[in-house]
Design a protein around this ligand. Structure first.
Ligand code: DHE
Length: 565
């Protein structure tokens, strides 16, 4: 059968980068699943990986998204649509869910996928899941490219760009990273990276940017060249989300750690070359005591007070403190928290790491000094902090903020402080002290800055266009006041498109007086980065260019290097 023209538009580069060929033998349709041609199966496999696996898991056991195994997606072998009193989904219902989304938080795909693609996906997820191959240290070594050895790199910064105010910006569907000069707001360089770079992190030195693509490709970019240059790449596996360097004194940038969704493991590399050194599986038991075959590595952060990384394992709900002082004799502390661990950030003191256990509607706080769980805080539905935001609340002292995908609030949690002047706030510690009402659910990221009196919150996953395309700004001086709405799509001056132009990921500049918002449009639409003055909330600049497509995360060098949020 001929591939649908929409599918033929997907660049061949992405297909090979995603290594779908490596996903093993073609899936064998379960006896009850609707038939599919080999071309449809391949298309389904590719779309599932790009759009669905992040939430539902490669093995479709479910995490942020529901379980999608055939026992309840497909008809029984006898044609029955019931299993133990549960109504099975079947093609028509699945098509509706994929197209229109659900109230449970599943986004609608009718503006991203064609009708035919939606039909393919509805049939694909009734088939037995494909089990991708493992990825060993040897596979990493074979993928490793040291493009410029350390000795051949510049000995000093070869330009006058203010590196502290450079922004690394993911161009998601283009598989690229834009480096934008924050002072001039000019695009400095656009580089090829892995597909849909999820995060960029900075070296402790501030010289190197590390990106990790959804396809598991880590790219090491040297900012000292006349124009930023990729000096090494390595593949971690088939599907990844997180990286960080070693930041403890004496170990600065000696190592890099990367976490993968598939295979479920983390890998340790040399920080300046990406030479693979060690792979550690995260397979094991959940906090409930059940074995899980796919415990994916979610957020990772490097401690400044010990030679340790905090590695959050999604499906098991276990937080691992990985001591990198002797990687041949690796010691890890495993801290029980709750499921499913996702994203998170430091409190203001940088002693506690707060991470969303999103399916449990909790925030887990780990004390990196004692190596123990400090608290499990109940919150509203599906907390999604990004890295969160820290500020001093007028009544409750130091707080850390998280937004929610599943509820219309921003939650403020009191965090401990060793300052004598904060002793009076101790009784509030690890309690939700305030919930700031938002106009709807669907928040992904909140942000503030020590020099700012504002708290910015996006809501790109809200189903209403006017909400998804706007951001909301709370005044820290009066948190009882409703937030100011800013219509980012309108301010961009770009024409309205069929696809939503989601306003997302507020990021401050180095000075803390500007906020940059990504306007994340359709994969073929020109998008923009819209810059606001933080004090006046007035539009300052629209950075747009035909190459700016699907911008998502933005990482200011100084703020990322120093965990300022
Ligand atoms: Fe993310 C952070 C996983 C969907 C943009 N995202 C993270 C982190 C994880 C994660 C584990 C924390 C990394 C760290 O700190 O080490 N994200 C996932 C998913 O599993 C999920 C739900 C589905 C998927 O298939 O990936 C998902 N994420 C998205 C998006 O749809 C976003 C908006 C656009 C995209 O690129 O796909 C998106 N995620 C981001 C960004 C961050 C992030 C920008 C970094 C936030 C920060 O400020 O540090």
């Amino acid at each position: 059968m001929r591939t649908h023209p929409q599918l033929a538009r997907i660049p061949a580069m992405l297909v090979s980068a995603l290594a779908f060929a490596a996903f093993g033998a073609a899936a064998q349709p379960a006896t009850s699943a609707p038939p599919m041609t080999a071309a449809e199966l391949e298309a389904g496999k590719k779309i599932y990986f790009e759009r669905c696996a992040g939430c539902h898991g490669v093995l479709r056991k479910g995490a942020t998204g529901k379980n999608l195994e055939p026992h309840w997606t497909a008809k029984g072998a006898d044609g029955s649509m019931q299993e133990g009193g549960t109504l099975k989904l079947g093609t028509q219902r699945l098509e509706r869910i994929i197209g229109l989304g659900t109230e449970g938080g599943m986004v609608n795909y009718d503006d991203i996928l064609t009708k035919e693609e939606i039909n393919i996906m509805a049939r694909y997820i009734q088939q037995t899941p494909d089990v991708p191959p493992e990825f060993s240290l040897k596979d990493m070594e074979q993928s490793w490219k040291l493009i410029v050895p350390v000795a051949e790199r510049p000995k000093r910064q070869m330009h006058k760009v203010n590196l502290k105010n450079v922004f690394a910006i993911t161009l998601r569907d283009a598989g690229k990273l834009a480096l934008v000069d924050g002072d001039t707001k000019e695009i400095w360089q656009i580089l090829d990276t892995g597909y849909a770079v999820h995060i960029s992190r900075l070296s402790a030195s501030g010289r190197y940017v590390y990106t990790v693509g959804r396809d598991g490709l880590v790219t090491l970019i040297d900012l000292w060249y006349e124009t930023p240059t990729t000096v090494a790449t390595v593949k971690l596996g088939a599907d990844a989300r997180s990286v960080d360097t070693s930041k403890f004194k004496g170990f600065e940038d000696k190592y890099l750690i990367g976490g993968t969704y598939w295979p479920p493991q983390y890998s340790i590399m040399e920080g300046e070359t990406l030479k693979p050194l060690k792979v550690v599986s995260t397979r094991g038991n959940t906090v409930d005591g059940d074995y899980h075959p796919e415990p994916r590595v979610a957020s990772i952060v490097s401690s400044m007070i010990k030679p340790e990384w905090v590695v959050n394992v999604k499906e098991t709900g276990q937080i691992m403190l990985v001591d990198y002082s002797d990687i041949k004799n690796l010691k890890t502390t495993t801290i029980e928290s709750a499921k499913f661990l996702h994203d998170g950030g430091w409190d203001a003191s940088k002693r506690y790491f707060l991470v969303a256990a999103n399916a449990s509607n909790k925030i887990a706080a780990v004390d990196t000094k004692t190596g123990k769980l400090a608290a499990l805080v109940d919150t509203k539905k599906i907390p999604h902090p990004g890295r969160g935001a820290n500020f001093t609340h007028p009544t409750f002292g130091p707080v850390w903020a998280t937004g929610h995908l599943g509820d219309a609030v921003v939650t403020l949690i009191s965090t401990p402080s060793e300052k004598a002047s904060d002793a009076k706030f101790k009784t509030h510690n690890w309690k939700v002290v305030q919930e700031l009402p938002m106009p709807g659910a669907g928040n992904l990221f909140v942000k503030t800055h020590p020099k700012s009196t504002n708290l910015w919150a996006d809501m790109p996953m809200n189903p209403e266009r006017e909400n998804a395309e706007s951001v909301y700004v709370f005044s820290l001086k009066d948190l009882n006041k409703a937030p100011v709405k800013i219509d980012v799509a309108k301010d961009s001056g770009l024409p309205q498109t069929k696809a939503l132009r989601r306003a997302t990921h507020p990021e401050y500049n180095e000075a803390g007086d500007e906020v940059w918002i990504s306007l994340w449009g359709g994969k073929t639409d020109q998008s923009a980065i819209v810059v606001y003055d933080d004090k006046t909330l007035k539009l300052k600049k629209v950075i747009t260019d035909p190459r700016i497509v699907t911008p998502t995360g933005k990482f200011n060098v100084w703020n990322t290097q120093h965990d300022i949020y």
